[in-house]
Design a protein around this ligand. Structure first.
Ligand SMILES: [Zn+2]
Length: 688
């Protein structure tokens, strides 16, 4: 019999990886969809009047086996995939999509959910239950439930059209990215480009049967070229090619797609009863109205304007001092920025890595969690794993009870996606009063050990580790009743608070110097290096912040239209970002045409979230800094009010309970060096 469908007879009922074969997935998922559908029908057809327990809680408890099996499949597909596994994932994806559509379009079920939603404030529900009702209701509404037949038909047309346009938008960018190449035959044309980038370019040329070097618009090729190539006119050529992708008037042009997408999104929000698309999307966010988002972007913009102009000025002076004449252009920025950074700070990963042994970092991060929250980590090698490199840790609370299992999977392999992420094989929930603890996993691509060296990680890898560990804490410490609200199931602009919060420790001398020892000499990381890490983190932040705000404004502009955009997208874009432009506009380039985040990547009306999360984590960490960064009282409050609570209450309420006030932007401005010069008043207001 299919081991996925049997009871998992393993320690802590973990997935029985040793028994699972790819061929088990599809039949197991088909079988559990059948069971889950029967559960859903049972809930919808219940002849008892609808109430929270028999409808909303029942929905939350349904399809758990399906969820568990899908988690195993999709987690493996990211961390340990094969062609067969990819095929299995592709095969079952439409089945899962149909199952979820069948739920939202079940009218009897929606009628029950709607009744409970409308009476939620007068039926004696807890806050957590009300949150779950609202979340369910919103899912149904966004899925088109409750529309009359004609609107439902149009809704489905638009949804399908939008997903088709999103795919095409992305394909066009990819096509344009792939089409361009810069072919160099004389090494003297590309002085300054570092060895590693040259090597890659030579390999690229070989792949294309060319002599010399080929540079492309893919970021690993494009970025070092723009940072280091001394040849200004080649940088100009590369920049113009990059910034004009999908804007050439050919068959890959995205101009018309941008208009179609935003106009259809507008129509869709109208059908669902919202004034514009941003309002529809922001409904359950921490920044839950367009007015709040725009005010937030404006606040940061006003506060960081001086720093942005200062960065510009520094760069102009530096460039002039190094022989540059004329006006700085966009293709000069990365180049002089990199030079100035080196001149000012002169630290790079080669200096830092010997102090960052992965094993030491791991234990230091675990100890940090012990210090803050009293939790401990104990390896358990009897839990089945999907690759022998994966380790499993029992995570115990201070009283010895089990909080979670933590899987750690650190190194790159064929079959693993790039990047790093936190995920889960099971989420926390309570089943008839029985506590089900979560199975959390951290997957990364850290530098491998070699025959002569342990794994030595870069500073960026260290902050990545802390980041994913922060998500993991959110998943492991959670104490909720319902799976759909537990752990990291929170508003999108709130979910990066626990993760980015942890990154702050990477800049703290008190933490770093306790464990960062040179792998050969055992020498402690010098204070001068720690100071440089800290200073360099704020380098150029004024300019970078300004640029990101431009994207945020553009995103909001496209998604707050209240009438279809008729004509040219260029003038629309210019008007939206005008206030953030620091360098001269370049004819023939366009941001929107290749702005995949918002037109095909799920960040529509959400780009502001990057800065929002930074403000939150800086404000939260500032509180720790005031009381001591290892203060257990502050940590206990962070745990109780945020890390344990998942999505059981509105994020702003959770935050205020921890911080005793709403978040303020001061700590973020300070950390990023955006206050210039720091005036006595600004220090007073931070301490107040
Ligand atoms: Zn994250």
């Amino acid at each position: 019999m299919n081991p996925l469908l049997r009871d998992w007879d393993t320690p802590y009922n973990t997935p029985p990886f040793q028994l699972i074969e790819v061929s088990h997935f599809k039949p197991a998922i088909e079988e559990s969809i059948k069971t889950a559908s029967e559960e859903i029908t049972g809930i919808a057809e219940n002849d008892q009047p609808a109430d929270f327990e028999n409808t909303i809680a029942a929905l939350d408890r349904s399809a758990t086996r399906l969820g568990d099996i899908s988690s195993v499949l999709f987690n493996l597909n990211s961390a340990e995939t094969t062609r067969e596994l990819q095929e299995a994932a592709r095969d079952v994806s439409p089945l899962l999509a149909r199952f979820s559509n069948d739920i939202t379009l079940n009218e009897k079920l929606f009628a029950r959910v709607k009744y409970i939603y409308e009476t939620r404030n007068s039926s004696g529900l807890t806050t957590e239950q009300i949150m779950l009702v609202e979340k369910n209701y919103r899912n149904f509404i966004l899925g088109g439930a409750g529309l009359d037949e004609e609107k439902k038909k149009r809704f489905r047309q638009i949804s399908e059209e939008l997903s088709r346009l999103g795919v095409r938008f992305e394909e066009n960018i990819l096509e344009e990215t792939n089409t361009f190449e810069l072919h160099i035959t004389d090494i003297n044309d590309i002085t300054g480009v570092p060895e590693g980038a040259l090597e890659m370019a030579a390999m690229e040329a070989k792949k294309r049967n060319r002599e010399g070097w080929v540079f492309t618009l893919h970021l690993p090729s494009y970025i070092p070229f723009m940072q280091y190539c001394d040849n200004r006119s080649l940088r100009e050529e590369m920049y113009k090619a990059y910034a004009s992708r999908a804007f050439h008037g050919n068959s890959n042009d995205n101009r018309e797609l941008v208009r179609e997408i935003v106009n259809l999104r507008l129509e869709l929000s109208g059908i669902l009863g919202s004034a514009n698309y941003a309002e529809l999307i922001l409904g359950d966010r921490m920044a839950d109205t367009t007015a709040k988002v725009v005010a937030f972007l404006n606040d940061i913009h006003n506060a960081s304007r001086t720093a942005a102009l200062r960065d510009m000025d520094d760069m102009r002076k530096y460039a002039a001092g190094n022989g540059f004449r004329g006006e700085l252009q966009r293709w000069d920025w990365a180049y002089y920025s990199e030079k100035l950074r080196m001149a000012k700070f002169d630290i790079d990963d080669e200096v830092l890595k010997p102090y960052f042994v992965l094993g030491n970092a791991e234990q230091a991060i675990f100890r940090l969690a012990t210090t803050l929250y009293g939790i401990t980590f104990r390896e358990n090698s009897s839990v089945p794993v999907y690759n022998e490199e994966v380790k499993v840790w029992e995570v115990l609370d201070s009283d010895g009870t089990l909080l979670a299992l933590l899987y750690t999977d650190y190194f790159p392999r064929a079959g693993k996606n790039s990047g790093a992420w936190m995920t889960s094989f099971r989420e926390q929930r309570r089943e008839n009063g029985v506590e089900i603890r979560p199975l959390i996993s951290i997957v990364a691509n850290f530098t491998r050990p070699t025959e002569t060296k342990p794994s030595l990680i870069t500073f960026n890898e260290l902050t990545t580790f802390l980041h994913e560990f922060g998500h993991a804490l959110h998943g492991m410490l959670t104490k909720c009743n319902y799976e759909s609200l537990s752990g990291t199931s929170v508003a999108r602009d709130f979910v990066e608070l626990p993760s980015q919060f942890m990154e702050n420790y990477a800049y703290e001398k008190e933490w770093l110097s306790a464990w960062a020892l040179h792998y050969l000499t055992g020498e402690r990381i010098p204070d001068t290096i720690i100071e440089k890490i800290k200073e360099s983190s704020a380098f150029n932040e004024g300019y970078a912040c300004n640029r990101q705000l431009g994207f945020g404004f553009l995103d909001m502009a496209w998604h707050t239209i209240t009438a279809p955009v008729p004509g040219d997208i260029t003038s629309f874009e210019s008007a939206a970002i005008q206030s953030t432009e620091l360098l001269p506009q370049v004819e023939g380039t366009n941001i929107s045409a290749s702005f995949a985040h918002i037109f095909s990547g799920g960040y529509a009306a959400g780009y502001y979230g990057y800065k929002w999360a930074e403000v939150l984590d800086a404000d939260a960490f500032q509180y720790f800094r005031e009381k001591g960064i290892f203060n257990t009282g502050t940590a206990a409050s962070f745990r109780k009010n945020i890390l344990e609570k998942g999505g059981t209450d509105k994020p702003m309420k959770l935050y205020v309970r921890f911080r005793s006030r709403e978040p303020e932007i001061n700590a973020f401005l300070d950390r990023s060096g955006l206050k210039d010069p720091p005036s006595p008043t600004s220090f007073r207001s931070v301490q107040a």
